[in-house]
Design a protein around this ligand. Structure first.
Ligand SMILES: Cc1cc2nc3c(=O)[nH]c(=O)nc-3n(C[C@H](O)[C@H](O)[C@H](O)COP(=O)(O)OP(=O)(O)OC[C@H]3O[C@@H](n4cnc5c(N)ncnc54)[C@H](O)[C@@H]3O)c2cc1C
Length: 194
């Protein structure tokens, strides 16, 4: 049972598992991931896994941009197919939201995102089968993509333990018992004042 660690990560969502994986890749020896329930028990397990850059804050746009590049080269980097698809995305709004949408698009373009505003007329012509509101408008983002969330999450888990130590009470549920996982309860760590 793990008693000590250089790094303890709390929470086995996409953030925790990704941090664990990258620390291990950077050569950090003892990475312990603590998950109170099971991996992906939180928002991660519910995510639609859409990779869009349409956000209204500079930091989130920049993060989404980096993230998109990462997922784009995921197969190349890690040799695992997570079903990356890039159909683009329409972010729909109403005329009353035009100013905010325009502001977002301006911000995103200033940060290098390929995006533009489309008017209702254009939307209807582009897809006659779709029904758009009279006052619909949209931000079109051709680079937007999605992945299979269930294919990417376990990958982080499987890749982590190869070098670092990677623990969760998940193993206690028997699903991964006897494999690369080591049983660990949060209480063990707490007792040792992590
Ligand atoms: C319905 C839905 C759809 C979404 N769709 C998208 C999308 O298409 N694209 C997108 O980019 N984002 C989407 N999101 C947002 C995205 O899922 C979250 O931003 C992301 O999953 C957050 O990851 P996380 O690792 O920070 O948190 P979480 O996945 O919530 O992970 C936190 C983990 O910490 C554990 N935990 C909490 N407290 C403790 C503790 N004290 N000790 C040990 N473990 C603990 C929890 O059990 C949980 O597993 C969506 C979210 C929802 C809910």
């Amino acid at each position: 049972m793990t008693q000590t660690a250089d790094t303890v990560i709390i929470g086995g969502g996409i953030m925790g598992t990704s941090i664990a994986l990258h620390l291990v890749e950077l050569g950090v020896d003892e990475v312990v991931l603590l998950e109170k329930s099971f991996l992906g028990a939180g928002s991660t397990g519910k995510s639609g896994a859409i990779l869009r850059q349409h956000y209204s804050h500079e930091v989130t746009v920049r993060m989404a941009r980096e993230s998109l590049k990462y997922y784009e080269s995921f197969h190349q980097r890690h040799g695992r197919n997570i079903d990356f698809r890039q159909p683009g995305m329409l972010f729909l709004a109403r005329e009353s939201e035009r100013e905010a949408l325009e502001q977002n698009v301006r911000l995103q373009r200033s940060l290098g995102v390929d995006t533009k505003l489309l008017e209702a007329e254009f939307l209807r012509e582009a897809d006659p089968q779709a029904r758009f509101r009279e006052d619909a408008l949209a931000a079109w983002e051709p680079e937007a993509a999605y992945v299979d969330p269930h294919a990417s999450r376990p990958w982080f888990r499987r890749s982590g333990p190869r070098s670092g130590r990677y623990c969760s009470n998940w193993g206690n549920r028997g699903r991964d018992r006897g494999r690369e996982w080591e049983d660990s309860r949060r209480s063990d760590i707490r007792r040792r004042d992590y």
